[in-house]
Design a protein around this ligand. Structure first.
Ligand code: MG
Length: 382
């Protein structure tokens, strides 16, 4: 059988980065490596490998069963945590390519950014925060780090995915926002794409679910701007929502790119670390930023606090809280692997991590089996 010959594949991805990336991008050759050193891969750069490791992690697949804003029993049109993640990755890569940043690094960080969300979104996070308030609290950003550095088991030599320092640094920054360090440009791009995606798509989903009426949007400056851009009134009703959503995306993406390109144009030959030290902050123009904040305030008031959502959240919070109380008082009912975490983390954090790893459906099922039917032991989700 003929031996695989990767020839100059290794130098190919290095040359490609040198040819395509701006000086201020995070170049793989400047990467700080991994906690457990590994030889270079014959045909993939370090950030490509990280992207693949995250994509193939079981925690990533479980995002398909975790709600973004609306639960699965409300319909099957709206976003899940997984589809949101792919949309963020797509927007972030578009920005990254336009600004000549490291697209592989951006994609890896985008796929990672929501991996630590517990079941039932921010409602689930609030319950775990309350349950763990005397044991260090809970944050989905920190749990993402626990997942990829300790909980995921894919290799024989070390726990976790052994991701590069750079990919982990995005999550670390989100977990410790009080740190004075500046962010890499690639991290800033992922955060901007996340915000652009959820504002536009939460509006889309809420309209589709009938939680919002079109007339309620009249006072929103960003929506009015979109209407002027594409003359929404002339479009047949069945296409109006789709047209509004991609116009909102286009307006925000275009503004972010224009504003950020001007900023980056003045950086000369600065390298990524020097840009961090200089505290460069990418963003939108102040006018669009203001209109975006108005849209966010509207969504908070009229969508996230909608009575239908409040009811769903209250039920989910009750089930999650009861499950926590039952398991923390009866560690023998935790799955074997989770009982092993108790030695390192204590019963409260171990139980919190078990619950945080569940999908919405799995959590409801465990509630039914353990709390209502008295099954002796919970099921491992991995
Ligand atoms: Mg997100």
């Amino acid at each position: 059988m003929q031996q695989a010959d990767f020839g100059d594949s290794r130098s190919n991805w290095k040359q490609r980065e040198e040819a395509l990336l701006a000086s201020y991008a995070m170049h793989s050759c400047d990467a700080q490596g991994r906690e457990h050193p590994e030889p270079e891969h014959p045909y993939r750069g370090p950030f490509q490998r990280d992207r693949d490791r995250i994509l193939h992690a079981s925690a990533f697949r479980r995002l398909s069963g975790k709600m973004q804003v609306f639960t699965g029993d409300m319909g099957d049109y709206h976003r899940t945590r997984l589809t949101h993640t792919h949309e963020v990755a797509s927007l972030a890569r578009t920005i990254g390519r336009s600004l000549r940043l490291n697209e592989d690094l951006i994609e890896a960080m985008a796929l990672l950014h929501d991996i630590g969300h517990p079941p039932f979104g921010h409602c689930g996070e609030d319950v775990l925060k309350e349950c763990l308030r005397d044991s260090g609290g809970f944050s989905h950003n920190r749990f993402a780090l626990d997942l990829v550095t300790r909980i995921e088991q894919r290799y024989t030599d070390y726990p976790g995915l052994n991701l590069t320092f750079e990919v982990l640094s995005g999550q670390r920054f989100r977990s410790h926002k009080q740190d004075s360090e500046s962010q890499m440009l690639e991290i800033q791009v992922v955060d901007a794409a996340d915000s652009i995606a959820y504002d536009s798509h939460d509006l889309d989903d809420a309209l589709k679910l009938g939680l919002l009426e079109w007339g309620q949007l009249d006072g929103l400056d960003l929506v009015q701007r979109a209407k002027r851009t594409v003359r929404l009134g002339d479009v047949q009703p069945s296409l109006r929502r789709a047209l509004l959503v991609h116009t909102l995306l286009d307006l925000q993406m275009g503004d972010f790119l224009q504003h950020s390109s001007r900023l980056l144009g003045g950086l000369g030959q600065l390298r990524s670390q020097e840009v961090c030290k200089a505290g460069v902050s990418l963003g939108m123009s102040s006018r669009i930023e203001q209109e975006k904040r108005q849209l966010e305030g509207f969504l908070f008031e009229h969508v996230y606090r909608h009575p239908r959502l409040v009811e769903v959240r209250q039920g989910a919070a009750m089930r999650l809280r009861q499950l926590y109380r039952l398991l923390v008082g009866h560690p023998e009912r935790l799955p074997t692997r989770v009982r092993g975490w108790v030695l390192d983390w204590g019963i409260e954090r171990a139980t919190g991590a078990y619950l945080a790893g569940m999908t919405d459906r799995f959590c409801d099922e465990q509630y039914l089996l353990l709390v209502e039917m008295g099954r002796p032991c919970g099921v491992d989700w991995s």
